[in-house]
Design a protein around this ligand. Structure first.
Ligand SMILES: Cc1cc2nc3c(=O)[nH]c(=O)nc-3n(C[C@H](O)[C@H](O)[C@H](O)COP(=O)(O)OP(=O)(O)OC[C@H]3O[C@@H](n4cnc5c(N)ncnc54)[C@H](O)[C@@H]3O)c2cc1C
Length: 364
């Protein structure tokens, strides 16, 4: 039964992919939803490359993104540390690079169009449990609270939920207006020197180039990623125009240890990066954030409207465990060497393994 004394049925913290999916799913089922987003402009200060995999581009609301905001990439060019390269593709498969600031603003417009009360420039600070649900500072009383507030979730800390403990750190330059020699490929670089624990990348987006790298984040021995050295080393081979001056920088932590525990309790649920729902191998989190957020939003709506099963339980069950990918992450963190990639890049087993990572279960 819905309790009318609450200001909202659901308050969501964070207006990025997970928060938008949660809020839209709930609002489409008739719930009163408020989203708190601390940024004044959702397109500012991004910390994602914003590449969307085919499944998300076709099977979620992201399929309604205006074409002008996306650029289709059908090939991955994988470079060994010595810069030997191999082209990978799967029939019918593609990624979309994006004009990410425009995408984030478009998501905000979708929230408003669907009747969600979006409060921009409004940070979540505190929440207190009470008989009706949660009292959330800056929002009021709500039956359910969802933390979609990223890798360093304040909702998790304030509400006594699990926190992400292991991260990659990614940093990226944007080169507005620039064009790659091969804009139809995502260029990925293996290098223990520049990107220990992950890779570097260069990609064309609808209105420029993005180039970045990510590495294992060790707070005790944090090092500044040498993105300039990386681009000097690989820029030419990937067709990056010479003497480009970088524009805005994107940077951030990427959870890489699987879902947090506990992920939910008594009317409060984490989703997306806040819940640790990011692939520990590819570091892709947009699709999983969207899917989990959507499931959580639907479950809350079913519970509030019809007394459906516990959304807290559904949120836990729907969180991907990434067991194999966590094992691969463990091995890569400890056993990464450059020479096998230089030696074996063109060999069928390495090619097969690379295609599994980029296109696993994604053919056709
Ligand atoms: C450098 C980098 C590149 C990446 N590239 C890709 C990629 O190409 N493809 C891919 O699939 N994944 C990528 N990822 C991962 C992906 O970006 C995340 O998994 C995804 O953005 C998760 O979405 P989310 O909604 O859970 O959290 P986030 O996108 O982190 O959004 C959290 C939101 O909450 C808001 N917020 C935080 N605290 C508060 C507060 N106290 N009050 C109110 N609002 C708050 C933030 O402002 C933000 O809008 C990348 C990550 C990084 C760091």
């Amino acid at each position: 039964m819905r309790q009318r004394q609450c200001d909202f049925d659901l308050v969501v913290v964070g207006a990025s992919f997970a928060g938008t999916a949660t809020a839209l799913a709930a609002a489409q089922s008739g719930l009163r939803v408020c989203v708190l987003e601390r940024k004044h402009d959702p397109g500012h200060k991004l910390h994602t490359t914003g590449i969307i995999v085919k499944e998300a581009a076709e099977r979620t609301l992201l399929n309604a993104l205006p074409a002008s905001m996306t650029h289709r990439v059908e090939q991955v060019r994988l470079y060994a540390p010595g810069l030997k390269q191999v082209a990978l593709a799967a029939p019918g498969y593609y990624f979309l690079t994006t004009d990410t600031p425009a995408v984030m603003r478009w998501l905000a417009s979708q929230l408003r169009e669907h009747g969600v009360e979006l409060r921009l420039g409004c940070a979540f600070t505190q929440a207190r449990r009470c008989a009706e649900g949660w009292h959330v500072a800056n929002a009021g009383m709500t039956r359910f609270l969802v933390g979609a507030d990223g890798a360093r979730s304040r909702v998790a800390r304030r509400c006594g939920l699990g926190q992400v403990r292991q991260f990659l750190y990614g940093i990226e330059y944007e080169f507005p207006g620039a064009r790659l020699a091969q804009p139809g490929a995502l260029h990925c670089f293996i290098s223990k020197r520049y990107a220990p624990g992950y890779i570097g990348w260069i990609a064309q987006n609808p209105d420029g180039i993005q180039a970045g790298l990510a590495l294992r984040h060790d707070p005790a021995h944090a090092r500044v990623p040498d993105i300039d050295g990386f681009l000097l080393r690989v820029g030419q081979v990937a067709g990056l125009p010479l003497r480009l001056a970088p524009g805005p920088t994107r940077a951030g932590l990427i959870p890489c240890s699987g879902p947090v525990w506990p992920l939910s309790r008594d009317g409060v649920i984490l989703t997306g990066d806040a819940a640790g729902i990011v692939s520990p191998v590819t570091a892709g989190g947009i699709h999983s954030a969207w899917e989990h957020g959507w499931t959580v939003g639907r479950a809350i709506a079913a519970h509030v409207r019809d007394g459906g099963p516990s959304p807290e339980r559904i949120a836990i069950d729907a969180a991907p465990r990434f067991r194999t990918k966590r094992a691969l992450r463990w091995a890569y963190d400890r056993l990464q060497f450059d020479w096998p990639f230089d030696l074996l890049l063109h060999s069928p087993p390495l090619r097969w393994a690379a295609e599994q990572v980029y296109f696993h279960k994604r053919r056709g």
